[in-house]
Design a protein around this ligand. Structure first.
Ligand SMILES: Cc1cc2nc3c(=O)[nH]c(=O)nc-3n(C[C@H](O)[C@H](O)[C@H](O)COP(=O)(O)OP(=O)(O)OC[C@H]3O[C@@H](n4cnc5c(N)ncnc54)[C@H](O)[C@@H]3O)c2cc1C
Length: 408
């Protein structure tokens, strides 16, 4: 069971054979590993990505392709959770991530269906509409571009939608075809000198900083001075400090999609990054198709602890279709032939891990984006590359993401 994006995308064409040694070995070829490789290669380091399957074949190729501001929360809730100062730092970090990503997409001519019309956070209840207004008041106070859209105005903004009580339009959000974006960035990294090796299933790390041996399942190995863990929640056992195994947990998301819709139906769906119910349901159009994910909260266990992205939960599909029926009646009789799942990585505080692994000299992590990796990882990869290459003034957001916050 693969995603629509993986199904329709060309394979990564610049894969290289395994070298004997490298300065920096990056384990994992999702957006985290590829972003780090691109920035390290641009800084002139000798870098090799070891990817178990193919570039962007796991979460980075199975998501909804939304570049979001705000960790899937309305802004006042981020203020409530982290305090005003950190909330501003986080919002600015995400905004800068999108700007950097847009610049890289333009610089490298990556054809990835980028739409920069912003995002619509829709309210499913009067209570959520009240919260969106509270968030908007804070955004106004901080001069962050947005617009409140009333239920009556939504007839123009999202003509196909029904049963929404209003929305918040956030400028700066965007949508992309994620596989084409990540493979385009991988091509740019390869052109900058990175070796990206597919079919490289890492099973163990031995040695110390400056002299690691990275062993693959098929018996091959690579010597490296530095190792970066970009395996999301899929290879926590490779971290000798145990921090990743202790801290990062998996959860599974599920998505359904139509085939291209007739023009008359499509006219009701603008190219926004859209979500409702506090971002638990997320949707957009892509190449004329309607794509919808979410509802994991609607089944017991909320898909926590699941590492299998070959399977799916039939009740979630049923619940997603019922949601379509309620909110987009023009799609009520339209088939959704595409169905897939992907594994995300969470942390107890909802923030990713970016930086040195405590108690494991020479090892770094860039992972656990809590379901928002497209929104974080490009800039986070640059920040980590700066740390690895000895940049003396690290990004001010990095202390928020330091793995040592979870050290025992
Ligand atoms: C359904 C769904 C919807 C989502 N929607 C959005 C969205 O709209 N916006 C957003 O910002 N984020 C979204 N996300 C989250 C986003 O996709 C992830 O946060 C992001 O892709 C994580 O990137 P990554 O590189 O850390 O992990 P991955 O993409 O999972 O990459 C990890 C890589 O490590 C490799 N690997 C694992 N073990 C080994 C090993 N032993 N040796 C070598 N390689 C190994 C894997 O093969 C994989 O390619 C969504 C995720 C899902 C599942």
């Amino acid at each position: 069971m693969t995603s629509l994006w993986l199904h329709e995308s060309a394979p990564f064409a610049q894969a290289r054979p395994l070298p004997a040694r490298t300065d920096v070995a990056i384990v994992g070829g999702g957006i985290a590993g590829i972003a780090t490789a691109l920035h390290l290669a641009n800084a002139g380091l000798d870098v090799t990505v070891l990817e178990q399957r193919t570039v962007a074949s796991r979460a980075s190729g199975r998501n909804d392709g939304q570049l979001l501001l705000g960790l899937g929360e309305h802004y006042h809730r981020i203020h409530g959770q982290f305090g005003a100062v950190k909330a501003r730092v986080l919002w600015d970090f995400l905004k800068s991530n999108h700007a950097a990503l847009r610049a890289a997409i333009a610089e490298h001519g990556i054809d990835c269906g980028l739409h920069t019309d912003g995002g619509l956070r829709l309210a499913e209840t009067p209570h959520e509409w009240h919260e969106l207004q509270t968030a908007a008041a804070l955004l106004t106070e901080e001069r962050r571009p947005h617009r409140l859209v009333t239920a009556a105005e939504l007839a123009q903004w999202l003509p196909a939608g029904r049963g929404f009580h209003g929305a918040l339009h956030l400028l700066g959000e965007a949508i992309v075809q994620p596989v084409q974006m990540v493979r385009g960035l991988a091509t740019a990294a390869a052109r900058a000198g990175a070796s990206i090796v597919e079919g490289a299933d890492v099973v163990s790390l031995r040695g110390d900083a400056g002299a690691f041996t990275v062993a693959l399942r098929d018996g091959r190995s690579l010597d490296a001075a530095i190792v970066v863990h970009c395996t999301s929640t899929l290879a926590r056992e490779l971290d000798p400090s145990g921090l990743l195994a202790r801290t990062v947990f998996p959860f599974r998301g599920q998505i359904i999609a139509t085939e291209p819709l007739p023009a008359a139906v499509l006219a009701g769906f603008p190219p926004y990054a859209m979500s409702s119910n506090f971002c638990y349901e997320y949707f957009r159009v892509a190449d004329g198709r309607f794509v919808l994910g979410g509802k994991r909260w609607s089944v017991p266990g909320e898909q926590l602890g699941i590492l299998d992205d070959d399977g799916h939960h039939p009740q979630i599909t049923t619940n997603l279709l019922a949601w379509v029926h309620d909110h987009f009646p023009s799609l009520a009789a339209v088939p959704f032939p595409h169905l897939w799942t992907g594994i995300m990585a969470g942390t107890p505080d909802g923030l990713p891990l970016v930086g040195a692994l405590p108690g494991a000299p020479g090892q770094f992590a860039l992972c656990a984006f809590n379901g928002y990796g497209l929104s974080f990882a490009f800039l986070a990869g640059r920040c980590l590359a700066e740390v690895i290459s000895g940049e003396t003034a690290p990004h001010p957001a990095l202390p928020l993401f330091a793995p040592r916050r979870f050290a025992e």
